[in-house]
Design a protein around this ligand. Structure first.
Ligand SMILES: [Zn+2]
Ligand SMILES: [Zn+2]
Length: 226
C-alpha cells in the first residue's frame, strides 16, 4: 500500500524522524493466538528517535475508560429522552428516532472508539498478567523509553503557525511547510514540526510478533497489504 509518511523535524537542531517507523502491526504471541499490542509514541534512548512503545494497560485504566464510556452514553441517552418528550402521538406511533446533534455524534463516535479500546485492553490483560519488564520499544526492545515533554510555547503560536523547512532526500532538496506538533525534541529542547514528505513509498507491512515480556520473536508476512 502507498501512504505518505510525514517527517518530524526539530526546529532547533534539524533532527529528522520518519513517521513510518511508527507504523506496522505489532502482536503478542499467546496460548490463544496473536493479540494486538497497545502502543504509544514515545522517545527511545537506544534508537535516539521517536518509536512505537508498548502501552501496558491495568485494571485501573480499564475502569476509568469504562466510567468515561458510561458517562458519555448517559449524555446521549438523556438527550434522546428529552427529545422524545416533545414528540407528537404520531411520531411515537411511527417510532421516530431522535437525530443526534453534531456534538453528540462526535461523542457517539468516541463511544465506539472507547468500546474498541476497552476490548483491546481486556484481551491484553491475561497476556501480560505476569509481566516483569517495563514497556519496551517495539523497534529495538529497549526499556529506556519515555513520553516526550510538550513544547511550552506552542499555545502562544496556535495551530495555524507554520514554518518553512528544506528537506534533503538523497540528491533532491525541496521546501515544505511544517506544522508545530506541541512536542519537544528530548535532550535538545527544540520544538518538533510535522512536515509532509511528498513521497508515497510502496509499503508491505509485516506482523511483528513479541513474547509477553515485549521481546521480539519474529516477523510474519501478511496475506493482505494491511
Ligand atoms: Zn533538536
Ligand atoms: Zn528503540
Amino acid at each position: 500500500m502507498c501512504i505518505e509518511p510525514f517527517y518530524y523535524i526539530c526546529g532547533r537542531c534539524g533532527f529528522k524522524s520518519d513517521e513510518s517507523r511508527l507504523w506496522g502491526r505489532f502482536m503478542y504471541e499467546s496460548p490463544t493466538g496473536l493479540v494486538e499490542i497497545a502502543r504509544q509514541t514515545a522517545w527511545c534512548e537506544s534508537c535516539s528517535d521517536f518509536s512505537p512503545v508498548e502501552f501496558l494497560p491495568d485494571t485501573g485504566k480499564i475502569e476509568s475508560l469504562e466510567k468515561e464510556l458510561s458517562d458519555k452514553k448517559s449524555l446521549i441517552e438523556e438527550y434522546r429522552v428529552r427529545v422524545r418528550q416533545g414528540y407528537s402521538w404520531l411520531d411515537r406511533l411511527l417510532r421516530k428516532q431522535p437525530r443526534l446533534t453534531p456534538d453528540l455524534l462526535k461523542i457517539d463516535f468516541k463511544c465506539s472508539d472507547l468500546e474498541r479500546q476497552i476490548n483491546d485492553f481486556k484481551r491484553i490483560m491475561p497476556v501480560i498478567a505476569s509481566r516483569k519488564s517495563p514497556p519496551r520499544c517495539l523497534r529495538c526492545s529497549s526499556t529506556e523509553c519515555f513520553i516526550p515533554p510538550k513544547f511550552p510555547s506552542a499555545d502562544l503560536e496556535g495551530d495555524d503557525f507554520t514554518r518553512s523547512f528544506t528537506i534533503r532526500d538523497s540528491s533532491v532538496s525541496y521546501e515544505r511547510q511544517g506544522k508545530p506538533m506541541n512536542l519537544m525534541h528530548p535532550h535538545c529542547g527544540g520544538e518538533m514540526y510535522s512536515v509532509s514528505s511528498g513521497i508515497y513509498p510502496y509499503i508491505r507491512f509485516k506482523i511483528r510478533v513479541y513474547n509477553s515480556e515485549g521481546e521480539f520473536l519474529r516477523s510474519e508476512s501478511m496475506n493482505k497489504d494491511w
